[in-house]
Design a protein around this ligand. Structure first.
Ligand code: TNX
Length: 552
């Protein structure tokens, strides 16, 4: 190539990265995509001489963890020392806490001599590190990071993932693996559905039968051996999450979806027959509230999060006996509660007071919107996309809301036309929660769009929710979670103006090897034949046409 043509090519490349600011190379191929990135010439090279410097003693642990991560990610041993501000030797990665950044925001400046990461919070520095990890590439036999400047901050404060371990138990190793991947993607809320019809998955000292009896069984096998988390498991997992800046929010669903609790302690049951026997707690007994009080004391001590999720969904599925039980009917009359619905509201309000008395705030599914709770008394999790009016009311009342509408945030729906196992319909309407619908949420026209416009301050964030009825093992868990969780991470972090699906797909291609390294069986959207759909827990899971049974 002539010198003239060479310069022409250089100019064209430089120019194309200006006119095409969304290209994967330009944004340094980070997921979720950062707010502002400028790429400069040259590279910072990592090798045995690289040092990690921390500016404040309070972030020494973060620096130590970073050192370990570099060793596992790229096999390089680095040295660690306390930073001399602006006087660091060559080949240093500096971690500096500094005022002036929003919570979780960070800045990275990479030049040939040093990398500097700044943030006002440890979480911000942690996210700078996660971005760096994705930027490190081995090229021409060298481990290096392109010179660049990144200024980044999240769109939403709540970037969540819910895992249902009541229907199937996956265990500590899986949960930790998911927490780890979530944190690499800057997700920060793990909502843990720990109690339902099939099982109760926590060891509670005061009520030992909750684990010895309540944790027996799963959706696919009602006799599967007891499987639950001990209190020391929980402490370990909470600490693991906290080092990754993830808050764990436990959910104990009540008064409905409480069958595992009433199986363990039948005196708590609100009755019911057949399929729905013991589905509810008895709202008319003082002993129920005493039980909840003691339970919440232990839950509040185990989980440092400021929230406890109390479920409160779908009570009408299994409260038939409330209509005939004399004790319950008397309770309604004595307390002038009008009917069973008002009784349900009474129950939720009373439990809310218990939660408050433990110094926590209630989160509930959107059934709690219309029950006369004050706006600061609870946070609403909106799940019924077909009931936008509930989201509207929640916003009007002044509640903070978290958006996890079934469409497109429920990952128990299949993600591809060809997938047969699991949910494919919402009532009679075929529905697939594709990678793109997840990516486009909440921005493409959605039932929530008009309602949240102008009320963004009340939207804490968004969440993917994975119900595990159709999931028998980790392979299927992975397959339903990935890559959709990656799209959700970007929807939660990246501002609307910076989102671009084609660009995301380019970066996803580059991220897939990380999933492979982790041993995750993800759905390969680029080559579907490579990843056949894994089987569900039982043969009955293939229900292409009639899935009304799963709409309960
Ligand atoms: C509805 S979302 C439920 C869950 C099911 C899920 C399946 C919610 C509050 N309740 O109990 O597992 O649908 O998609």
């Amino acid at each position: 190539m002539s010198v003239r043509n060479y310069y022409l090519v250089v100019v064209l490349i430089a120019f194309s990265s200006i006119i095409n600011p969304l290209s994967a190379i330009q944004n340094g191929s980070i997921i979720p995509k950062p707010q502002h990135t400028t790429i400069n010439e040259g590279h910072f090279v990592l090798n045995g001489n690289t040092k990690i410097a921390y500016a404040q003693p309070s972030i020494k642990n973060l620096a130590v963890e970073f050192q370990k991560t570099l060793k596992t990610d790229i096999g390089i041993d680095t040295k660690l020392y306390k930073c001399r501000l602006h006087r660091n030797p060559k080949s240093t990665i500096e971690l500096i806490l500094q005022k002036g950044f929003e919570n979780e925001a960070y800045q990275i400046v990479v030049n040939t001599k040093a990398v500097s990461c700044k943030a006002s919070t440890e979480a911000g520095l942690f996210y700078a590190i996660q971005s760096l990890r994705q930027l490190i590439k081995t090229e021409n036999g060298k481990v290096r990071i392109p010179c660049m400047k990144i200024d980044d901050a999240p769109r939403f404060a709540w970037r969540g993932f819910m895992l249902d371990e009541a229907r199937q138990f996956f265990g500590k190793k899986t949960v930790m693996q998911y927490l780890d991947i979530m944190s690499r993607l800057k997700m920060n809320r793990f909502h843990w559905h720990l109690s339902d019809e099939q099982a109760f998955r926590l060891d509670i000292e005061k009520f030992p039968l909750l684990s010895t009896i309540g944790s027996i069984g799963s959706w696919s096998n009602r006799n599967s051996p007891a499987a639950y988390y001990t209190q020391s498991d929980i402490k370990e997992i909470v600490a693991y999450a906290s080092r990754r800046h993830i808050m764990i929010i436990p959910e104990i669903d009540m008064p409905g979806h409480a069958t595992a609790i009433t199986r363990s302690y039948p005196y708590l049951s609100g009755g019911g027959q057949g399929r729905w026997a013991g589905f509810t707690l008895n709202p008319a007994r003082e002993s129920t509230y005493l039980f909840i009080d003691s339970l919440m004391t232990e839950i509040a001590a185990l989980f440092p999060a400021p929230y406890i999720h109390i479920g409160a969904d779908e009570v009408h599925f299994g409260n038939q006996s409330w209509h005939t039980d004399t004790e319950i009917q008397n309770f309604i009359n004595i307390n002038k509660l009008t009917n069973e619905v008002t009784l349900e509201h009474y129950f939720v309000k009373r439990v809310n007071k218990i939660v408050q008395s433990k110094g926590k705030q209630t989160i509930g599914w959107d059934e709690i919107v219309n029950i006369d709770l004050k706006k600061d008394e609870a946070v609403v999790m909106w799940w019924r996309h077909d009931k936008p009016e509930l989201l509207k009311q929640a916003i009007e009342i002044g509640f903070s809301v978290i958006l996890t509408p079934r469409l497109p945030c429920y990952f128990d729906y299949v993600q591809d036309e060809e997938h047969q196992i699991g949910r494919r319909k919402f009532w009679d309407t075929p529905n697939i929660n594709t990678l793109k619908t997840v990516y486009d949420f909440p921005d493409s026209p959605h039932q929530s769009s008009g309602i949240i416009a102008g009320n963004e301050k009340q939207v804490l964030g968004i969440q993917a929710s994975l119900w595990s009825e159709r999931i028998g093992d980790q392979k299927r868990l992975d397959f339903l979670s990935f890559p959709r969780l990656i799209a959700m991470a970007e929807s939660g972090w990246t501002k609307k103006e910076s989102k671009s699906y084609p660009d995301f797909m380019e970066r996803l291609k580059l991220f897939q090897p990380t999933l492979e390294k982790e041993g995750i069986y993800y759905f390969n959207v680029f080559d579907k034949l490579l990843t056949p759909e894994p089987w569900g827990p039982t043969k009955e899971d293939v229900i292409p046409e009639d899935n009304t049974k799963f709409m309960q």
